[in-house]
Design a protein around this ligand. Structure first.
Ligand code: ADP
Ligand code: TPW
Ligand code: MG
Length: 576
């Protein structure tokens, strides 16, 4: 009896901690210093306490945009970007971004509060009841739930490792409301924390794989290197540059790999894309998948000449996903490229000059052909006139991060705007998701402190436009340019069934998106010529003030589905 009383007194004098603190301590211990999310039950206090503890907490207007921000933060930093949401509806809003992160191989952790397990599992109708763990599982790389405060440390360690090791991806971490208030002694809590050592261990390729790849490359007459966003993610910029230059092989950057080596690099084959895909005989893929974006490695795009593929990727199961890979090199890109460079030795014979000469000539020809189109000063603007202004701005300000989404606005900007530095182009990724723009812009500004130029189709902007308030609220150096052509693909669509409803692809004519920025104390500008656009963007990037420019584009200038109209089920029928 007396003994028990003494013990109780001891416990009372012991310092205590709770679930809230252990979540925050786990993040801080592992260098997670930013949270993107939307508050509400049961995570409002977690956000407040995290902010008080020195974590930057960015409150969004919709979880999907917070999730896209977290995904891009992961891409830019190689640390998992964290998105924090409430239960059921907030969780579901975050889920699209989690799936998007997983699809794009970006490390991200979606943390959602959840309702009481006992009630959820008996389906008794709890507040925002939903079996979130089960729903998240098929949409991400891993999903975990923590039920006890003393397991929070392990929960975070597992989530972080799963997100960044091997092929990066999205992880769901379910934190039930009850967990946050659970109390343990400070001592128990401290002992339960885990600092993740070497979260993404180097994965070295086998010497045999490296030799095989070099043998294939050596025998090539018309070699090509394709750099994907995995290569940009890997942050092995110098080694990749050295490999490209030592090999003398022309390189083709995928959308988000533009700038990994400057588009001005003499070996860049960006403007000779169809030629190099068709005529190459050996293709080395570095951090790029042979998915739809590369026509699955076969068909007309790739021509009839037999081809051999070398693929450098961390995911062994990516090999042979679409066509036979003659030389798989499995490992992390940094290690693989270093091994390839070493294997090439001191007297590697660079790619044949008849091939590199042909590619360069084709490239220069195409560049010259396009140049006059970017110089037109039409009003209303066409895409090329408007993009001509923006391409000059990025050339003059190569550290600016370019965010880009839309259909024509995306496809034409990708070709028009040359990139000069790694990880400066952020776009719709593997799925072509509309609405990633403002979340990406916010994360880019927060994570890098560089000014951001977001070039948005008016439809694309509509999916995330309310985050202009977030940009204004946090005073972020983001300049959003809405390419306003009154609609999806084109603004001149008609309702072919007659009737008074507008076409499904048409929006309100002459809308003034710039006024949205003014509503929140930002700068709004309406521009109708490339000169006005140039002036407004330069001013925004100089001032670093939140700015929204409504750029009036000719409603008849665009093409259905931009550059990928061939994927429309009816496009073949229509052509007949
Ligand atoms: P893109 O769309 O630019 O062609 P993808 O998203 O299709 O690029 O491909 C990216 C690839 O990069 C994925 O297959 C992924 O496994 C791989 N990857 C990502 N990070 C690394 C890394 N650090 N080392 C090796 N491969 C990586
Ligand atoms: C989440 C389908 C692809 S492109 C696009 C839509 C709706 C909008 C194109 O119009 P925008 O660009 O942005 O005005 P422009 O210059 O051609 O006029 N929902 C999601 N993702 C996709 N990809 C779609 C719908 C789509
Ligand atoms: Mg549009």
């Amino acid at each position: 009896m007396a003994e028990a009383a003494v013990k109780e007194t001891e416990d009372e004098t012991q310092e205590l901690t709770d679930g809230f603190s252990l979540v925050i301590d786990s993040m801080k211990l592992n260098g997670i210093d930013t949270i993107y999310g939307v508050p509400g039950i049961p995570i409002t206090d977690l956000g407040r306490l995290a902010q008080a503890a020195g974590i930057r907490v960015l409150s969004f207007r919709h979880e999907q945009n917070a999730g896209y921000a977290a995904a891009i933060a992961g891409f830019l930093t190689k640390k998992p970007g964290v998105c924090l949401t409430v239960s059921a509806p907030g969780f579901l809003n975050g889920l699209t971004a989690l799936a998007h992160a997983t699809t794009n191989c970006f490390p991200m952790i979606l943390i959602s509060g959840s309702s009481e397990r006992e009630i959820v599992d008996l389906q008794q109708g709890d507040y925002e009841e939903m079996d979130q763990l089960a729903i998240a599982k098929p949409l991400c790389k891993a999903a975990y739930r923590v039920l006890h405060a003393q397991d929070i440390g392990i929960g975070f360690a597992r989530a972080i490792r799963a997100a960044v090791s091997g092929r990066p991806g999205g992880v769901y971490l379910d934190l039930p409301a009850k967990l946050f208030a659970q109390v343990v002694t400070a001592d128990t809590g401290a002992k339960s924390l885990v600092k993740v050592i070497d979260a993404a261990p180097a994965q070295l390729p086998s010497p045999a794989a490296v030799k095989r790849a070099l043998d294939v490359l050596k025998a090539a007459k018309r070699p090509l290197i394709i750099l994907g966003k995995g290569a940009a993610y890997a942050q092995a910029d110098e080694a990749i540059k050295a490999l490209v230059e030592k090999s003398g092989v022309p390189f083709l950057p995928m959308s988000m790999a533009k700038g990994l080596l400057s588009d001005m690099h003499p070996q860049c084959a960006g403007a000779a894309r169809s030629t190099v895909l068709k005529d190459s005989d050996v293709v080395m893929l570095i951090g790029a998948r042979l998915n739809w974006l590369l026509s699955h490695g076969k068909g007309r795009t790739w021509g009839d000449a037999p081809k051999k593929f070398i693929q450098v990727d961390i995911e062994p199961r990516e090999m042979d996903s679409n066509v036979e890979i003659a030389a798989p090199v499995v490992g992390d890109i940094g290690s693989c490229v270093a091994a390839l460079l070493e294997g090439m030795g001191g007297n590697w014979q660079p790619a044949p000059t008849d091939w590199t000469g042909t590619v360069k000539a084709k490239r220069d020809e195409n560049v010259a052909k396009m140049a006059p189109r970017f110089m037109n000063n039409k009003s209303p603007m066409d895409y090329h006139g408007a993009l001509g202004a923006l391409r000059t701005i990025i050339k003059e300000r190569p550290d600016t991060i370019l965010v880009n989404e839309g259909a024509n606005t995306l496809d034409l900007a990708r070709g028009a705007i040359d990139m000069y530095k790694p990880r400066k182009r952020l776009d719709v990724g593997t799925w072509g998701v509309m609405g990633v723009g403002l979340g990406s812009a916010i994360a880019a500004a927060v994570e890098t402190d560089h000014a951001v130029l977001a070039v948005e189709g008016d439809s694309a902007f509509g999916f995330c436009g309310m985050e202009i308030e977030t940009i204004c609220r946090y005073k972020l150096p983001v300049c959003v340019v809405v390419f306003n052509n009154d609609g999806i693909y084109r603004g001149d669509g008609v309702n072919t069934g007659g009737g008074s409803d507008p076409a499904t692809t048409a929006f309100v004519k002459g809308a003034r998106y710039d006024m949205m920025a003014e509503a929140f104390g930002g700068v709004g500008v309406n521009v109708t010529t490339p000169d006005e656009l140039r002036r407004a963007v330069n001013e925004a990037l100089d001032s670093r003030k939140p700015t929204l420019i409504n750029a009036v584009i000719d409603p008849a200038a665009g093409a259905e589905s931009g550059r990928i109209g061939n994927l429309n089920p009816q496009s073949k029928l229509r052509k007949k």
